[in-house]
Design a binder for this molecule. Structure first.
Ligand SMILES: NC(=O)c1ccc[n+]([C@@H]2O[C@H](COP(=O)([O-])OP(=O)(O)OC[C@H]3O[C@@H](n4cnc5c(N)ncnc54)[C@H](OP(=O)(O)O)[C@@H]3O)[C@@H](O)[C@H]2O)c1
Length: 308
């Protein structure tokens, strides 16, 4: 069997870039990577990171996840339109009080995070079915499992992704097509910088003073601490995604951050939903010291090699 062709979306930065490069530099040369981005003007960092693998095991193509025509043009340009592994990674974040977010901005987020995936799958699934092989890998998030304060719309978009894949996976299985949701916790990428930059500039006048204060004085500092204590590098997420792609029997779900797992486990421990709700409420509003101490312990575990 020759190398498998992997199409990755959103490779101008972060996880997509790291994954494309990791696959292209695979020691066993198992992959031919089609690294895509919506704006080829941003190809510089990927070209630099790809180094010698550029034009050998990695080629860069344009693909905008919000345009069916762009996706089709990219897939049509591939020999036999063959995509063995699709990695739907392109995505964006959104944080803040709901009252301060327009419906247009929410639709835009869903257009990328959810409909982007739906468009990609519609384009490659029929060919995968015909070939009776393929793997659909989707960059979801722990927020696709457990919602988080001030992440209402982002979390909803990732829940949509999870429901879509969970449903599709059963049909796909019939055609020998695998489906995997990769679920990172916080990852230090442009994503983090962009959401905090948006948050700093956000007009909070549409919400009440108490909510604005909670967002600015409690949520943002907590969230930044979580990123600096638990945040993974995009290379760590890429390494784990490689393992999932290589696995003979890939899992439907793969959480990349072991340190974040206790948070998502709460959800499965109590079907009424009270346990995660109470825990998050107490952690954020009542036990500042417990929250900080927990992060301190997790930071220590990470330094001592607690990374998955
Ligand atoms: N960072 C985290 O904490 C975290 C945690 C869990 C899950 N994730 C998920 O991981 C994925 C990658 O995020 P990241 O952290 O690597 O962030 P990132 O560095 O901001 O990368 C996001 C990528 O998606 C691209 N993109 C956005 N809209 C697009 C569109 N319409 N068509 C094609 N590409 C588009 C961006 O391109 P431009 O440069 O053109 O904007 C960029 O290349 C996302 O799905 C995100 O939800 C991230």
């Amino acid at each position: 069997m020759g190398p498998r062709r992997v199409l990755v979306t959103g490779c101008s930065s972060g996880i997509g870039l790291a994954l494309a490069v990791r696959l292209a530099k695979d020691e066993l040369r198992r992959y031919k990577v089609v690294a895509t981005m919506r704006d080829l003007g941003k190809r510089g960092p990927l070209e630099t990171a790809a180094g010698d693998s550029l034009h050998k095991t990695l080629e860069i193509k344009k693909l905008d996840a919000c345009s069916e025509a762009s996706i089709k043009e990219c897939v049509d340009s591939l020999p036999n339109r063959q995509v063995d592994v699709l990695v739907s990674n392109a995505g964006a974040g959104m944080i803040g009080p709901l009252e301060c977010q327009s419906i247009a901005a929410m639709k835009e987020l869903f257009d990328t995070n959810f409909f982007g995936l739906a468009r990609l799958v519609k384009e490659v699934l029929p060919d995968m079915k015909q070939r009776k092989s393929g793997h659909i890998v989707v960059m979801s998030s722990v927020m696709g499992i457990q919602g988080l304060l001030f992440n209402d719309v982002y979390s909803a978009s990732k829940f949509a992704v999870e429901g879509f894949c969970e449903s599709l996976a059963v049909q796909a299985m019939k055609f020998n097509i695998k489906t995997t949701l990769v679920e990172p916790g916080p990852v230090v990428t442009e994503f983090e910088r962009k959401v905090y930059e948006d948050a700093e500039q956000m007009d909070l006048s549409e919400t009440d003073e108490e909510t604005a204060r909670i967002f600015r004085e409690i949520y943002l500092p907590y969230s930044k601490k979580v990123f600096s204590s638990l945040g993974q590098t995009p290379e760590e997420v890429a390494e784990q995604t490689l393992k999932v792609i290589t696995a003979k029997e890939p899992p439907l779900r793969h959480q990349t951050n072991r340190l974040y797992m206790p948070m998502t486990a709460l959800k499965h421990a109590d079907p009424t939903g009270r346990l995660p709700l109470d825990t998050f409420y107490k952690m954020i509003f009542k036990h500042d010291s417990v929250f900080n101490a927990t992060l301190g312990v997790l930071r220590m575990l990470k330094r001592r090699g607690g990374k998955p």
